[in-house]
Design a protein. Structure first.
Length: 514
């Protein structure tokens, strides 16, 4: 009897299931740590991808193309560039056309647009909390039991089956929360307003960046032309020296000086051409165009510049501050943070909620050898409750204090943005005034330098002047021409910058100098 009692326990189903569960746990325990094989083997050895790495592209031999050392394998999919916009190679694009391209192609506009859309959706998410939440739930189950009865005659066990389905319709509704959701909704609307303002501000910034790059490109292009004219002048001087040398009137030193002037003029031309390429790439970047794109850029209009600009009045500064996108966004952030205090204060107050459930239950109970039992019930429950916070370890107090700190920070940032905007406006106005005065002075300098150069060159040809005087006059003329070009470019850039910092750069224009 003892042997018969012990022998069946060796094949106990419960013991067999326990052993199986323990074995599975032992196998699965090593799955997470084995992922370390994906990382580099040591801190001083390069990482090499595994042959079965699905991220990489394999070569003809089936192995990833891995360069030696610490190089990384190439991923051709990462080099697929978006299609470039259609550019007419025969058309010369001016500033309005470039700004139009930038507003369509620059990714910054799409990023700002998506941020504005996300902020708008956040308003809808908060407003949805005012409405009840209705959900349908279905719970189904099946249970089978086997109970051995070794002491009873006949059937030595009882088998039972139980199954049922409970469909339910549940309603949840927060009825009253002392204005917490209203404060959150108002804060979300302020954030959406800020995002919309910054979206327009991003377009203003792109107009400014393209305008700045366009005028800089026009300035260095004009400097390239001045450098070419300087090279032409240097060659004229060299030819005059050569004629005097053939007549026995010029020395070897004068010939060397003339050749030096030609070499320096060539260097200036090469430098100007290099600066032109740099400015061209900056213009492409501002417009959001590929760096390898070739596009014809028209020269800026050669309109006359005024002698000076009008001073900004206090009323003009206040009006400009009231329409600056960054100031308006900062103001909206300050208003939103104030709503955050209201929402945090509402956490200390009770909340009233409503809950309702409508359910139907269907259950089948079957015992082998007996008739099956079926039961169907239905129920409807409506609950009106109030939750009152009592103690949370100071969590709500900390959140309220944090909301007040955030509001103080937002107020300080708003005041800082106001002061920064005022400083930018005054500085831009002063910069424009200085640039216009410099252009006026440089224009007079060019006229006198041109007269001096022509007279010195003619005197040298007639044998009445020296090469040194001609060289000095040529250098002075070149410096005066470059100064006038720099002053003109600075005036155009300063006028555009003044329009930008005062919030007036809202659309494309050919020139901002008035």
């Amino acid at each position: 009897m003892i042997k018969q009692a012990l022998f069946p326990t060796r094949f106990n189903p419960a013991l067999r299931q326990s052993c199986l569960v323990l074995a599975m746990c032992a196998v699965l325990s090593g799955c997470a740590s084995s992922a370390l094989t994906l990382a580099p083997a040591s801190p001083d050895k390069p990482w090499k991808p595994a042959p079965q790495d699905s991220v990489l592209s394999a070569t003809a031999s089936g192995q990833p193309d891995v360069p030696p050392g610490f190089g990384v394998p190439s991923l051709p999919e990462a080099a697929v560039l978006p299609a470039a916009p259609a550019i007419d190679s025969k058309q010369a694009y001016g500033l309005p056309e470039l700004i139009d391209i930038a507003q369509r192609e620059n990714p910054e506009t799409r990023l700002a647009w998506n941020r504005a859309r996300q902020a708008a959706l956040a308003v809808g998410v908060v407003e949805a909390t005012f409405l009840p939440q209705l959900s349908a739930n279905v719970i189904g189950g099946w249970q089978k039991t086997h109970t051995p009865l070794p002491l009873l005659p006949g059937n030595r066990s009882i088998n039972t089956e139980l199954n049922g389905v409970v469909p339910a319709l549940a309603l949840q509704w927060l009825i009253f929360d002392f204005g917490q959701r209203k404060a959150l909704a108002e804060g979300a609307r302020q954030a959406s307003f800020a995002a919309n303002v910054l979206f327009n501000g991003m377009h203003q910034k792109i107009i400014h960046d393209v305008t700045h790059a366009y005028y800089q490109y026009g300035g260095v292009t004009a400097q390239t032309q001045v450098a070419a004219q300087a090279l032409k002048n240097a060659r004229q001087i060299a030819n005059a020296v050569e004629e005097r040398r053939k007549a026995g009137l010029a020395t070897v030193l004068e010939t060397a000086q003339a050749n030096q002037q030609v070499a320096q003029a060539k260097l200036r031309q090469v430098t100007a051409q290099g600066n032109r390429q740099i400015a061209y790439q900056a213009l492409l970047a501002a417009a959001g165009l590929p760096a390898n794109l070739r596009i014809n850029i028209s020269a800026p209009p050669k309109n006359a510049l005024p002698d000076t600009n009008t001073m900004l009045t206090d009323e003009a500064i206040r009006l400009a501050i009231s329409r600056r996108p960054d100031v308006l966004a900062s103001y909206a952030a300050m208003k939103a943070s104030a709503q955050g205090i209201t929402a945090a204060e509402a956490e200390f107050l009770p909340k009233v909620y409503l809950g309702a459930v409508a359910a139907r239950n269907r259950t089948n109970f079957d015992v082998r050898g007996l008739p099956s039992l079926q039961q169907q019930t239905s129920s409807t429950n409506v609950i009106l409750g109030v939750t009152i916070p009592i103690f949370d370890g100071g969590l709500r107090s900390a959140r309220l204090q944090d909301a007040r700190i955030q509001a103080d920070k937002a107020s300080d940032v708003f005041q800082q943005s106001q002061q920064a905007a005022m400083r930018e406006m005054i500085a831009a106005s002063n910069m424009l005034r200085t640039a216009l005065a410099s252009h006026q002075a440089a224009s007079g300098l060019v006229r006198t330098a041109k007269t001096t150069y022509d007279g010195a060159l003619e005197a040298y040809r007639q044998g009445l002047g020296t090469l040194t005087a001609v060289t000095i006059a040529d250098t002075a003329l070149l410096d005066a021409q470059q100064a006038r070009l720099d002053a003109r470019t600075a005036s155009q850039v300063a006028a555009a910058n003044l329009a930008f910092v005062t919030g007036n750069m809202t659309a494309a224009r050919e020139s901002w100098v008035e």
